[in-house]
Design a protein around this ligand. Structure first.
Ligand SMILES: Cc1cc2nc3c(=O)[nH]c(=O)nc-3n(C[C@H](O)[C@H](O)[C@H](O)COP(=O)(O)OP(=O)(O)OC[C@H]3O[C@@H](n4cnc5c(N)ncnc54)[C@H](O)[C@@H]3O)c2cc1C
Length: 593
C-alpha cells in the first residue's frame, strides 16, 4: 500500500510530491489557514463557493480564474488524490486535454504522462486483435492526442499550482484546505453553509454553490434530489506496479485471462514507469482478502511469470473497488449545481468519470462567468442541467454496456459475448462488438435551450495561422475571446457583411473574427488564416458561413448570412431569449450602438 514517507532526498519536488524508487509516492500537504471568519466572527457572502477540490472542483476553479471570476474553494482534505493516496483516474481524453491546454497545464501533462499507440486484446490463450492508434488518427484534427495516461493526482497537483500565481494580488481563488462542509440550507436570496475546520466551525453564505464533493456528496441528501442508481456485484482490484524489467509499452486487455480464472485484466502504463494492472475479481469478493500483498504478488507472478522480475517488483499501490452507476435527476437545485462524481458516478471503463467531471466544470464555468459579469441572463445557467445531464445519461449508457460485456449475465448476454469474440478472431468487422470500454468523447447537446438546432457539437482544437503567418490554435483564439462568445465568419465578405461584422464587434458579449483561406482577402480588422480548412471543418460548416462558438469550444449555432438567425442564436447562447424583430440589419446596428 502507498504510505506516507519522508520526501525522497534526490527527487525533484516541483509539485511537492515525487516518486521515490522503493518508497512509493509522497504527496503534498497543503497548509490549513484559519479563515478570516473564525478570527472576526463575521458572516461573509461569496458569489461562488465550490465544495470539493478534486479534479472537477479544481478545473472549475481554474476556468473561473481564467475568466476573471473570484471564488472560494473548500476541501475537507489537504492533499491531492483521494484519501489513501490512490491514483484512481489514469486516462485523460482529447477533449479534456484540450481544456487543459486552455487552462495552461497541458504541456506539463504531456511531458509527464505516457502516450501508447499499440493495444492488444486477448481472450483465453489467443490474441483476438491488435491495433496501432498511429494508423487510425487521420480523422482527428486536434492538436492534442486521443488521450494521455497519467496519475490523477498529478493532474490535480498541476491544477492547484495553476491556481497559485506568483503574485498573491493575482490570486482569484481562495482555496481553503481542511474545510468540511457539514450543513447547508438555501433561500431565495442565498445559501448558508457551515464549515468545520481544525480551528472550529463557522458559517458562510453563497450566491452559487457548486457541489464537486464526489460520489458521497452530502448535498444530494440536503437537497433531497432523487437518484437513479444501480450497484452491481462486480469487484476489481488494482495493483500499481513498477517492474524491474518492464514489459513493452502497450495496452493489453484480457477479456478472459487464463491467469485470472477466466476473468478480465487490464494492463496500462502510467507516468514514472508505473503500470496499472487491474484484475476483475470473483463477484462479491472481499476487498480485504484480494488486496493482501501476498495475494497481489501471487496474481502478478501468475500473469507475468518470473521474467519481469515480478518477485522484486515494487507494489506502489493496491486499490480494491466496486463501481456504481448513478445519476441525479436534476443537476441544478436552486442555487446548487452538481458536477463530477457528485452529479453522476459511472464504472471506469472508457475513462468517462473524471473526463466528464472536467467537462461539467468547463461547461458551467463560462456560463457562471457570463452571468456574474452581466453579459448573459441568469436563465443561461439552466442550460447546464440540460447539456450535462444529457451527457451523463449517454456516458452511463455507454459504460453500462461495457460493464455488461465484461460481466455478462448467463444466457443471451454471455452467448452474445462468446459469439462476438469468436467472430472478432476471424473478421475485422466484428472487432467493434468486443466492448472493453469506449473512450470518452465530447458529448453532443441535442436538448439545450442555449444552442440552436444547428449547434450543440464540440469543435476540435485545430491549428490556424495568425495574420502575420505565425502558428496558433483554436484554443488561443478562445482564450483571446476571454469568456465571450466568438463569431467566426468564413470567407470573403461583401461590404455589407463587413459593416455588419464591424457593428457586431462593438457588442461587449461577443468577439468577431473573419477566417480566410488561401486566395481570400481580409476585410475585417480581426482575422485569422485557415490554410487547410481545418478550422472550418471543426466548426461543421462549409463555404461562406458563420459559426458562433462558446468559450467551452462548443458550436452554439451556425448559419450562412449575418441576419436574424444570428441574432436569435446570440439570444439563446446568452440566455436572454432575444428574438429578432423587424429588419435584422437595423437590429444588429441597434445592438451595436
Ligand atoms: C479505479 C478507477 C479508475 C478510474 N479511472 C479513470 C480514468 O482513467 N479517467 C477518468 O477520467 N476517470 C477515471 N475514474 C473516475 C475518476 O477518478 C472520478 O470520476 C473523479 O475522481 C471524480 O472527480 P470529482 O472531483 O468529481 O470527485 P472526487 O475526486 O471524489 O473529489 C471530491 C473532493 O471533495 C472533497 N469533499 C468531499 N466531501 C466534502 C465536504 N463535505 N466538504 C468539503 N470537501 C469535501 C474530497 O476531499 C475530494 O477532494 C476512475 C475511478 C476509479 C475508481
Amino acid at each position: 500500500m502507498l504510505e506516507t514517507h519522508e520526501p525522497y532526498a534526490g527527487a525533484a519536488l516541483a509539485n511537492g510530491y515525487a516518486f521515490a524508487e522503493g518508497a512509493g509516492y509522497t504527496l503534498p500537504e497543503y497548509p490549513f489557514v484559519a479563515p478570516p471568519e473564525i478570527l472576526s466572527g463575521e458572516v461573509k457572502r461569496y458569489p461562488v463557493v465550490i465544495v470539493g477540490a478534486g479534479i472537477t472542483g479544481l478545473t472549475l476553479a481554474c476556468a473561473l480564474a481564467q475568466y476573471g471570476v473570484r471564488a472560494l474553494l473548500l476541501d475537507e482534505d489537504n492533499t491531492v488524490g483521494v484519501k489513501g493516496a490512490s491514483s484512481r483516474g489514469i486516462c485523460y481524453a482529447q477533449k479534456t486535454l484540450e481544456i487543459f491546454r486552455r487552462l495552461g497545464i497541458y504541456e506539463r501533462i504531456a511531458s509527464k504522462g505516457v502516450q501508447w499507440s499499440i493495444g492488444r486484446t486477448f481472450a483465453g490463450a489467443d490474441e483476438v486483435y491488435s491495433f496501432d492508434l498511429r494508423q487510425q488518427q487521420t480523422h482527428s484534427l486536434s492538436q492534442q492526442p486521443p488521450f494521455i495516461n497519467i496519475q490523477q493526482f498529478y493532474v490535480e497537483g498541476f491544477l492547484i499550482e495553476q491556481l497559485s500565481p506568483a503574485d498573491p494580488a493575482d490570486r482569484l481563488i481562495d482555496t481553503r484546505w481542511k474545510h468540511r462542509i457539514t450543513a447547508f440550507e438555501q433561500n431565495a436570496d442565498f445559501a448558508t453553509l457551515t464549515a468545520a475546520t481544525p480551528a472550529g466551525s463557522y458559517t458562510l453564505q453563497a450566491e452559487h454553490v457548486i457541489d464537486c464533493s464526489g460520489a458521497h456528496s452530502p448535498f444530494r441528501q440536503w437537497c433531497g434530489i432523487p437518484l437513479s442508481a444501480q450497484k452491481g456485484d462486480d469487484r476489481w482490484c488494482i495493483a500499481d506496479v513498477r517492474f524491474k524489467h518492464p514489459p513493452p509499452a502497450e495496452r493489453h486487455t484480457w477479456i478472459e485471462a487464463p491467469f485470472n480464472e477466466g476473468r478480465a485484466v487490464w494492463q496500462h502504463l502510467m507516468a514514472d514507469g508505473v503500470w496499472r494492472v487491474d484484475y476483475q475479481m470473483p463477484p462479491l469478493a472481499s476487498a480485504e482478502a484480494v488486496s493482501r500483498e501476498d495475494v497481489v504478488r501471487a496474481r502478478l507472478s501468475k500473469q507475468f511469470g518470473h521474467e519481469l522480475g515480478v518477485d522484486e517488483c515494487e507494489i506502489v499501490w493496491v486499490g480494491p473497488y466496486a463501481y456504481r452507476s448513478e445519476c441525479l435527476d436534476q443537476l441544478r437545485h436552486g442555487r446548487v449545481f452538481f458536477a463530477g462524481d457528485a452529479a453522476h458516478v459511472m464504472s471506469p471503463f472508457g475513462a468517462r468519470g473524471g473526463n466528464s467531471g472536467v467537462q461539467d466544470a468547463d461547461n458551467l464555468a463560462w456560463k457562471l462567468a457570463a452571468v456574474l459579469q452581466g453579459r448573459a441572463a441568469p436563465a443561461l445557467l439552466d442550460s447546464y442541467h440540460e447539456e450535462r445531464h444529457e451527457a451523463a445519461e449517454y456516458n452511463l449508457r455507454v459504460t453500462n454496456r461495457t460493464a455488461r460485456f465484461l460481466r455478462p449475465a448467463d444466457g443471451a448476454e454471455r452467448l452474445f459475448r462468446t459469439a462476438a469474440l469468436g467472430l472478432a478472431r476471424r473478421y475485422v468487422f466484428a472487432r467493434q462488438l468486443v466492448n472493453t470500454g469506449r473512450m470518452s468523447t465530447p458529448n453532443t447537446y441535442t436538448r439545450s435551450g442555449a444552442c440552436s438546432p444547428t449547434g450543440g457539437r464540440a469543435t476540435q482544437n485545430v491549428a490556424l495561422a495568425w495574420p502575420d503567418g505565425s502558428r496558433g490554435e483554436l484554443m488561443d483564439l478562445l482564450k483571446w475571446a476571454g469568456g465571450r462568445l466568438l463569431l467566426l465568419v468564413f470567407g470573403d465578405l461583401s461590404a455589407g457583411a463587413a459593416a455588419r461584422l464591424r457593428a457586431l464587434s462593438l457588442r461587449t458579449d461577443l468577439r468577431c473574427v473573419q477566417v480566410i483561406a488561401p486566395g481570400e482577402s481580409a476585410s475585417a480588422t480581426e482575422h485569422v488564416l485557415d490554410p487547410q480548412g481545418h478550422l472550418q471543418a471543426s466548426c461543421h460548416v462549409f463555404g461562406h458561413a458563420w459559426a458562433l462558438l462558446r468559450p467551452d469550444s462548443y458550436v452554439a449555432a451556425t448559419g450562412e448570412s449575418i441576419d436574424a438567425s444570428l441574432v436569435h442564436a446570440l439570444g439563446l447562447a446568452l440566455g436572454t431569449g432575444e428574438q429578432p424583430q423587424g429588419n435584422a440589419e437595423e437590429k444588429l446596428k441597434g445592438k451595436a450602438a
